[in-house]
Design a protein around this ligand. Structure first.
Ligand SMILES: Cc1cc2nc3c(=O)[nH]c(=O)nc-3n(C[C@H](O)[C@H](O)[C@H](O)COP(=O)(O)OP(=O)(O)OC[C@H]3O[C@@H](n4cnc5c(N)ncnc54)[C@H](O)[C@@H]3O)c2cc1C
Length: 408
């Protein structure tokens, strides 16, 4: 087998998984991450799926699925007064992003990831793909893997017109120590994947492991995501920070204006079931994200260049597939490289043909599930989806459940 020199841009979930699997397959891999600080220890909660556990096992991570996080057996929907209006048995393991990242990082040697390495350009030099970094560094290889996320520099270099689009609504995210919540809140939602559906809005929440992956009930955290419509003019106000600077689509949590936070908490008291209002009241530093999605015309946008994870397709979070998709992309790329015996061009053709339809299906599913949250911008097809996915039963059946028949 031909041993390739592979340059991975981004040291998050997609990048680390690709680095681990491609090294295992015998290639020489280097990882370059923009952040100067290790990423582990950050992040909130994720929903895990069988595909995630399968790739994690392939990476050699010796953690059984149930030990990755907290197992929740039942979903429930609360009405405005906190009454349970619908329930479903649906066992799932809910994990902390930081724990998953740390487990993947441990599969690689200590010096495998170069931190503080911000990619600024990708160029070709004969058959080689050359990555250039802000610190003046230059790395040449046979294959460059763009695993650099939502605002990918690799993507921007080759597909300048392709960028994430705002979906017309935002998410307030909150992570709070379970022990800080009221006893009644813990009893109502602390052991469940729980929802509340105010008109045109949605909040969901679930328990995840606490610090050091401690999943015991007293040490857990509660992770909540509250979706609210926000037309462009409201978004501008939400994304204007304490210093008056306007951010486009996300704002650092410590720069959110106090009046914006206070208004959000007042609205939580007004529209949410009391347990969810309690979560938003007690969360120490809620943060705000604009909901985006992105479809990709090609996951191999240039010879010797692959795009993985959020650098390729970004689905709205209702599908709960971002991390699973990123890890499966990395596994599929490795399989394609192995099957092509090091012929990069053939490998990328196979990879793109296999993963692009999958990415498109996940994005489409996210749009269906989120249609009723963007009521002000709907066409006929979206209006039909909005009606289909509005009921408590449909929300419970569809949210963070891989679409039926999805293979990739
Ligand atoms: C710190 C952090 C915490 C997160 N927490 C959660 C969470 O709690 N729940 C959840 O569902 N999702 C979370 N995500 C997002 C989640 O990881 C992704 O949606 C999904 O897993 C796809 O992963 P990815 O590796 O493709 O992209 P990302 O996770 O976005 O990673 C992209 C990486 O590329 C790096 N990068 C970007 N540009 C450059 C450049 N020019 N040069 C070099 N490196 C670059 C970024 O710093 C980042 O580490 C988090 C991401 C990060 C980075």
């Amino acid at each position: 087998m031909r041993r390739l020199a592979i340059t991975v841009i981004g040291g998050s979930i997609a990048g680390l998984t690709a680095a681990r699997l491609l090294s295992q397959a015998g290639h020489a891999v280097s990882v370059h991450e923009r952040s100067a600080e290790p990423l582990a220890g950050r992040g909130a909660g994720i929903v895990t799926h069988p595909g995630l556990h399968a790739v994690l096992a392939r990476c050699g991570v010796p953690v059984a699925p149930r030990d990755l996080g907290v197992t929740v057996a039942v979903r429930r929907v609360l009405d405005r007064d906190g009454r349970v209006v619908a329930e479903r048995a649906l066992p799932q393991v809910l994990a902390g992003w930081g724990r998953l990242h740390a487990l993947l990082r441990e599969t690689l040697p200590g010096d495998a990831v170069r931190l503080g390495a911000r990619l600024v350009a990708v160029e070709r030099d004969g058959d080689a793909v050359v990555a250039r970094f802000a610190d003046g560094g230059r790395v040449a290889g046979d294959l460059l893997v763009g695993a650099d996320g939502l605002h990918s520099s690799v993507r921007a270099g080759f597909l300048p017109g392709v960028a994430p689009a705002y979906a017309g609504y935002v998410a307030w995210r909150a992570v709070v120590d379970m022990a800080d919540l009221a006893r009644a809140t813990r009893a109502a939602i602390g052991d469940h994947f729980a929802f509340c559906l105010p008109p045109g809005e949605q909040i969901l929440g679930y328990p995840v492991s606490g610090a050091d992956a401690d999943g015991r009930p007293g040490a857990r955290l509660f992770n909540a995501v509250w979706y609210r419509p926000a037309p462009a003019e409201d978004l501008a106000g939400l994304m204007t920070d304490t210093g008056g600077a306007r951010h486009a689509l996300s704002i650092p949590p410590n720069r959110i204006r106090p009046e914006v936070l206070a208004a959000m908490r007042a609205e939580a008291e007004r529209v949410l079931a009391p347990p969810f209002a309690d979560v938003m009241r007690r969360a120490p530093s809620p943060f705000l994200q604009a909901i985006l999605d992105l479809e990709m015309p090609s996951m191999a946008p240039a010879p010797g260049v692959a795009l993985l994870g959020d650098a390729a397709f970004v689905a709205r979070p209702h599908v709960g597939m971002g991390v699973t998709k990123a890890m499966e992309d990395a596994a599929a790329l490795t399989d394609a490289v192995s099957a092509a015996d090091g012929d990069v061009r053939a490998a990328l053709r196979t990879f793109d043909a296999r993963r692009r339809p999958y990415g498109a299906a996940v994005v489409a599913r996210g749009r269906e599930l989120g249609a009723y949250l963007q009521a002000q911008r709907l066409g006929a097809a979206e209006r039909a989806a909005a009606e289909r996915y509005r009921s408590p039963e449909a929300v419970m059946d569809g949210t963070a459940v891989p679409p039926a028949g999805l293979t990739g």
